[in-house]
Design a protein around this ligand. Structure first.
Ligand SMILES: [Zn+2]
Length: 380
């Protein structure tokens, strides 16, 4: 029996993609799966029929070092935001305790390398919203003690010390206390994440930070004009700082035709002000989460090719050392066709190979660039 030349090449490529994906340490710098664990009580130790992430699909996709976001909506105020953060940290702990054979907490690059080598998922913890520290550096330091290694300075709304990209400017970027937060994160070894911040906050954070920063889940504004995305000038400044942007897979982040819908979602969630506390507030949030039904994404025209186009854009502008993956899976309303969940990541590797990227470039994009930043900020 003989195969056609075309079939042989296809088989070769499949084997090559499989090998590359088994060799990379895939880092996805933003997944919202902990919301599902806390509110839907899903068991991510087994493959779930919905949503985009669980431990088996992370392993299958070669994305063995995900940043689990402990996201607290901005309508959790003050001490309520701290309580909610601890509840999410507790949900993460329940996963770590229940599946020690599949996942382990990683607080350094050495941890990541050791855990991945033992065929487990290395869970890196991150906060999504500076309001979660309740304007208190002591709270920030205790989060670091709980294993959290990164934080976005804002979410959809301004907080008391930083302006958000999707709110009206209030502080002209970072306040003096906001600058102190950045300095304390540098000192502790926590990565400053500038996804969600206003353009001015971004430049202020870069001016203060002595370490590389990341945009964990943003894309390119030149391709989709969304305030959550980064302008070319911002990408150039990020590269100069030796930072990395993780391309967000949300439909509106990738494709201009979906941007209005994305902004409407952001404004709806960002303007919610339930004025509740305790269990009533948690119930309100759970209702909102279930109603949004992000575990069953809406159809979208965004595709795998859009993701490649955003990666290409960054690479052409500033080189291959400053781009990575920040899917935002389990927190986006649409997922790109061809990259519907975490297990599909080999399709991205195949597309990058086809586009002429070398294996070493692909390894940087899939995770190597973010590991470099972790090493520089957190230490080995
Ligand atoms: Zn986000």
């Amino acid at each position: 029996m003989s195969l056609s030349i075309g079939a042989c090449i296809a088989q070769d490529t499949t084997a090559r993609v499989r090998r590359i994906q088994s060799e990379v340490i895939g880092v996805d710098t933003h997944i919202d799966t902990m919301q599902r664990v806390l509110m839907e009580k899903v068991d991510i130790g087994k493959r779930l029929p919905d949503g985009e992430v669980d431990l088996p699909r992370l392993a299958e996709g070669g994305m063995r070092a995900p940043f689990f976001a402990l996201w607290v909506p901005t309508f959790y105020k003050g001490a309520e935001a701290v309580r909610r953060t601890l509840d999410l940290r507790d949900a993460m702990q329940s996963v770590l305790d229940r599946h020690p054979d599949q996942v382990e907490l990683a607080t350094s690059v050495a941890d990541v390398e050791r855990i991945v080598l033992s065929h487990k998922i290395a869970a890196i913890l991150t906060l999504e919203g500076g309001h979660q520290i309740d304007d208190d550096l002591g709270v920030l330091r205790m989060y670091h003690r709980l294993g959290i290694r990164s934080m976005t300075l804002t979410h959809f709304r301004n907080n008391n010390w930083a302006d958000s990209s999707t709110d009206k400017p209030q502080h002209n970027g970072l306040t003096d206390f906001g600058k102190e937060v950045v300095r304390e994160m540098n000192r502790l070894g926590m990565i400053v994440d500038i996804s969600h911040v206003s353009d001015k906050t971004f430049y202020d954070a870069l001016a203060v930070s002595t370490k590389p920063v990341i945009a964990s889940h943003s894309s390119c504004r030149a391709l989709s004009s969304l305030p959550r995305n980064m302008t070319d000038d911002m990408l150039r400044a990020l590269a100069k700082n030796d930072g990395v942007v993780g391309i967000n897979f949300g439909g509106g982040f990738l494709n201009q035709k979906e941007a209005d819908k994305e902004l409407a979602d952001i404004n709806r969630i960002g303007s919610a002000e339930p004025n509740l506390t305790g269990k009533a507030l948690d119930d309100y949030t759970a209702n909102m989460w279930i109603k949004d039904n992000w575990r069953h994404p809406r159809p979208t025209i965004a595709t795998l090719d859009d993701v490649v186009a955003h990666i290409d854009h960054v690479v052409k502008l500033v080189g291959v050392d400053h781009v990575g993956i920040g899917s935002d899976f389990d927190g986006i309303a649409e997922v790109p066709q061809g990259l519907e969940d975490e297990s599909k990541m080999p399709a991205l590797t195949a597309a990058l190979l086809k586009r002429g990227y070398s294996e070493s470039d692909i390894k940087k994009i899939m995770g190597g660039n973010f590991l470099r930043v972790m090493r520089e900020v957190i230490g080995k």
